[in-house]
Design a binder for this molecule. Structure first.
Ligand SMILES: *Cc1c(COP(=O)(O)O)cnc(C)c1O
Length: 414
């Protein structure tokens, strides 16, 4: 009998899942389990891994940085790995996104954006703006502020009374629901609004739900016209996932605040950034110290994480074609899913392919996901369906052969 572990795992019901497979190593798209099995990481270890596991350039960058400076506080001090990363990241952005604030995960990148948008108005003396607008079905992280702007779900249900008030707009999955979503936004944009937060083009955690580029462009222009800060949470969509470096580039409208994390270090170390404009940054410049942005985490801009992110950025720059071509590679294979009577809504956006299993309800608690996940693991593919939504979100280094295996494993397992 294995000894019970003292670890309480995330998003894990330990009453149902008593023994967790142990991972001992990873290389490229493959993970090796303690029992010797190799499995394809078809979901990039929850969307963080972009170049594959065990990338030597990133590993080396971390090692070399660790020999020089492992960490130092970031309030009142700076260091070159952070400066270099900030230059690279702002350089890749719309000219308007000139300033960058560090934190260490996607939820905190969102908290920072929300607090910046909120305090922006406060600093300007607009004290009536205290409501955020967000989409139904959104997911922005698991800390309390991020949960508040996330859609109501079973994740947040016990905390309902704790969450701050948010005005919701429907997320249009089809063209015929776009007009009413825009009308709902126009109605919601009252003079008490502090900011609008969006997962651009793809709602990830709520089931890889896509909206159209033209809708998001119209939506974003409406927000921009109102003067209210527009926050794009690109924690998942950033770094190539939609086929462009950033999803907002596909719609041609830049947000006022941009949250990035997940892929930022290539999946090596926790790091996040919130980018913003001179306009928002300038509202915090004052001789009045109350207007300072008083937000920090102990490991803000950790040099090792920044060094990993610099190395990952350069790799991605050299290998842009990998994420740009992924959509074509999915297109060639998704026929296999479309032919299955057990799958519906087969869809692709950039590097992501998704579909719903026909059986049961379209819901996160649909047990089919967990059953399927286990079956797939036994067939050598690591996936974690979101309820009855199966999706492939692979590291960009995945080989044709591996991608074939993933599609086949899903089609045959259901
Ligand atoms: C994962 C995710 C987050 C939260 O990031 P964590 O690093 O898990 O805190 C926020 N927003 C989006 C869109 C995400 O996909």
């Amino acid at each position: 009998m294995p000894i019970a572990s003292p670890i309480w795992h995330p998003f894990t019901q330990h009453a149902l899942q008593k023994v967790l497979p142990k991972v001992v190593s990873g290389k490229g798209s493959l993970l090796t389990l303690a029992d010797g099995r190799e499995v394809i990481d078809a979901i990039s270890s929850w969307w963080v891994n972009i170049h594959g596991h065990g990338n030597e350039k990133i590993a080396k960058a971390i090692y070399e940085q660790a020999l020089v400076l492992e960490h130092v506080l970031f309030a009142g001090l700076t260091h070159e790995p952070a400066e270099e990363l900030a230059r690279l990241l702002t350089g890749e952005q719309d000219k308007s996104l000139t300033k960058l604030f560090f934190s260490d995960n996607g939820s905190t990148a969102v908290e920072v954006a929300l607090k910046m948008a909120y305090q922006y108005h406060w600093n300007l003396g607009e004290l009536n703006r205290h409501v955020f607008i967000a989409f139904e079905g959104a997911y922005h992280g698991d800390t309390v502020g991020a949960m508040s702007v996330g859609g109501h779900s079973l994740f947040s249900e016990p905390f309902t009374d704790l969450l701050f008030k948010v005005r919701r707009v429907p997320f249009p999955l089809t063209a015929d629901s776009e007009e009413s979503a825009l009308a709902a936004l126009a109605e919601a944009l009252r003079d008490d609004v502090a900011g609008v937060i969006v997962e651009p083009l793809i709602q990830g955690a709520s089931g890889m739900r896509f909206c159209s580029e033209s809708f998001l462009a119209k939506f974003s222009k409406l927000v921009k016209m109102s003067g209210v800060p527009l926050i794009f949470d690109e924690v998942m969509t950033g770094f190539g996932r939609t086929g462009e470096w950033f999803a907002y580039q596909k719609i041609g409208v830049a947000p006022d605040l941009l949250c990035l994390s997940k892929g930022i270090t290539g999946g090596f170390l926790p790091l996040a950034v919130t980018l913003t404009t001179d306009k928002i940054y300038d509202a915090f410049l004052s001789l009045d110290r109350k207007k300072t942005f008083y937000h920090s985490h102990s490991y803000t801009a950790n040099p090792l994480a920044c060094a990993a992110a610099v190395a990952s950025f350069k790799l991605l720059k050299e290998n842009e074609s990998l994420f740009k071509q992924m959509e074509m590679r999915h297109l060639k294979r998704i026929e296999l899913w479309k032919q299955s009577p057990h799958l519906k809504n087969c869809r692709i956006k950039g590097t992501i392919a998704a579909a719903e299993v026909v059986q049961g309800a379209d819901h996160y608690l649909n047990p089919i996901g967990a059953v399927l996940g286990e079956k797939l693991l036994n067939r050598g593919v690591l996936m974690r369906p979101l309820g009855n939504t199966v999706y492939i979100l692979p590291p960009y280094c995945i080989t044709d052969n591996e991608l074939d295996q993933v599609y086949k494993a899903v089609a045959e397992s259901i």
